[in-house]
Design a binder for this molecule. Structure first.
Ligand code: DON
Length: 341
C-alpha cells in the first residue's frame, strides 16, 4: 500500500480553527491543487502506486490549534522525514560527541542517495542523506533487532501522540528487495568503521523507519513538537531531550532539503525535512509546526507543491528565521487574535 488507507479521521471539528490563517491555507490549497508538475517516486516500486492528486496542508500551533485543508488524514510512508527523529533518538542514546564521530553535520550539495563519504574522516556527511541516516540508525541502542525496533516505534509514538502507528509492510519489503544502493553504502561505511558488523540489521531497521505510516496531521504534530522544544503540544509528553532540539533543527536547516537546502534557506529560511512519499515538515521554532503532503516530486526528491506552499507561507507571513529574529513575523500577531469556532 503506497499511499495507504485513510486512517479513521478522529478530528473533533471544534479543534479546527476558522480564521484568516486558515483562509490563507485554503487559498494556497486551491491555487496549487491544479499544479501537476513533478512525478511520483518510482525507484521503490511500491511508491509508484501513489495517487498524484493527493494534497494536504496542516499547521499546528503550540497551544494545540489545528489549521488544515485537503488530504490531511491520508496515510503514506514517512520516508526520509524519519531521519530527523531517529537522529534525535541517537543523540540521546549515544551523546553528541560519539554521534559526531560517526556522522558529520556538513551539507553535501549532492543527491540524497549519493555514494559519498567525507574524504578525510570517512564519515557520511550528515544524518539527512541516506548514508548518514543508515549510520545514525545503526547507533540505536537495544539488545537485538526487536528491542531496537520497539524503542524506535516508542520514540515515534511520543512525537505523534497516539498509539495507532504501523509499518507499511509492502513498502518495507519493496525497499528491502530493491535497496541495493543503500545496502552498498552500508557495506562501504562498515569497511571504514562507521557502522558495526550488524549491517543487515541496520539496513532493515532503516527501511522499517522509512516505512512508518503517518498522515499530514501526524507530521504537523511532530513538527510542532520540535517547535515546542521537544514536548508534544497535544499530549504534553517529552518526545526528545530538549537539549538536543537545537542539534536536530540545525541539521534540518542546513541539510534537510538535500541539494535544495541552500535555496530553501534563502527563500524559506526555516528548518525542514522532505521525504520521497511527498511529505515536508517545517518547524517555526516556538510558534508552529507545518506539514505539507503531495506526492509529485521535483528532480531533487522534494514535493513540488510542498515547496511552493512553504515558500509562499514564509514570504507572506515573514516566517524566515531572520525575519523572525528582526521581529517582522506577521503570523504570531495574527494567531494571537484567532478565535476558536
Ligand atoms: O532510502 C531511501 O531512498 C528512501 N527510503 C528514503 C529517501 C527519501 O525519502 C529521500 N527524500 N526525499
Amino acid at each position: 500500500m503506497a499511499s495507504g488507507d485513510n486512517r479513521e479521521a478522529e478530528i473533533n471539528p471544534s479543534e479546527v480553527v476558522a480564521s484568516p490563517f486558515q483562509s490563507f491555507l485554503n487559498d494556497l490549497h486551491l491555487k496549487y491543487q491544479s499544479l501537476r508538475d513533478g512525478k511520483v517516486a518510482t525507484y521503490i516500486p511500491e511508491l509508484a502506486k501513489a495517487n498524484p492528486d493527493l494534497f494536504g496542508i496542516c499547521a499546528i500551533a503550540l497551544d494545540g490549534r489545528v489549521f488544515e485543508v485537503g488530504d490531511c488524514h491520508q496515510l503514506f510512508t514517512i520516508q526520509s522525514i524519519s531521519k530527523v527523529f531517529v537522529y534525535g533518538m541517537v543523540l540521546e542514546d549515544r551523546g553528541r560527541d560519539y554521534v559526531l564521530s560517526k556522522v558529520g553535520v556538513e551539507p553535501t550539495g549532492d543527491a540524497f542517495n549519493a555514494i559519498v563519504l567525507d574524504e578525510s574522516s570517512k564519515r557520511p556527511y550528515n544524518p539527512m542523506v541516506n548514508a548518514g541516516a543508515i549510520a545514525t540508525t545503526s547507533l540505536i541502542k537495544g539488545a537485538g533487532p526487536t528491542e531496537r525496533l520497539n524503542r524506535m516505534l516508542d520514540m515515534f509514538r511520543r512525537y505523534i501522540g497516539h498509539n495507532d502507528i504501523f509499518i507499511d509492510i509492502s513498502v518495507f519489503m519493496s525497499e528491502r528487495t530493491t535497496g541495493h544502493r543503500n545496502r552498498a553504502m552500508a557495506h562501504l561505511m562498515h569497511h571504514f568503521g562507521m557502522i558495526d558488523e550488524k549491517i543487515d540489521e541496520a539496513i532493515d531497521l532503516y527501511f522499517q523507519q522509512c516505512s512508518l505510516m503517518v498522515n499530514c496531521h501526524d507530521l504537523a504534530v511532530m513538527a510542532a513538537t520540535l517547535a515546542n522544544n521537544g514536548i508534544n503540544p497535544i499530549t504534553g509528553e517529552q518526545a526528545v531531550d530538549s537539549s538536543y532540539v537545537k542539534d536536530i533543527l540545525s541539521v534540518m536547516y542546513t541539510c534537510g532539503m538535500y541539494n535544495y537546502a541552500g535555496e530553501w534557506a534563502y527563500k524559506v529560511g526555516l528548518p525542514a525535512k522532505s521525504g520521497i512519499s511527498g511529505g515536508i515538515i517545517v518547524v517555526v521554532p516556538n510558534q508552529i509546526g507545518i506539514a505539507v503532503f503531495s506526492p509529485l516530486l521535483d528532480e531533487r526528491g522534494n514535493s513540488v507543491r510542498g515547496v511552493k506552499v512553504c515558500e509562499e507561507l514564509s514570504r507572506h507571513f515573514g516566517l524566515h528565521m531572520f525575519d523572525l529574529a528582526m521581529g517582522r513575523c506577521k503570523v504570531l500577531e495574527m494567531l494571537s487574535n484567532e478565535e476558536k469556532i
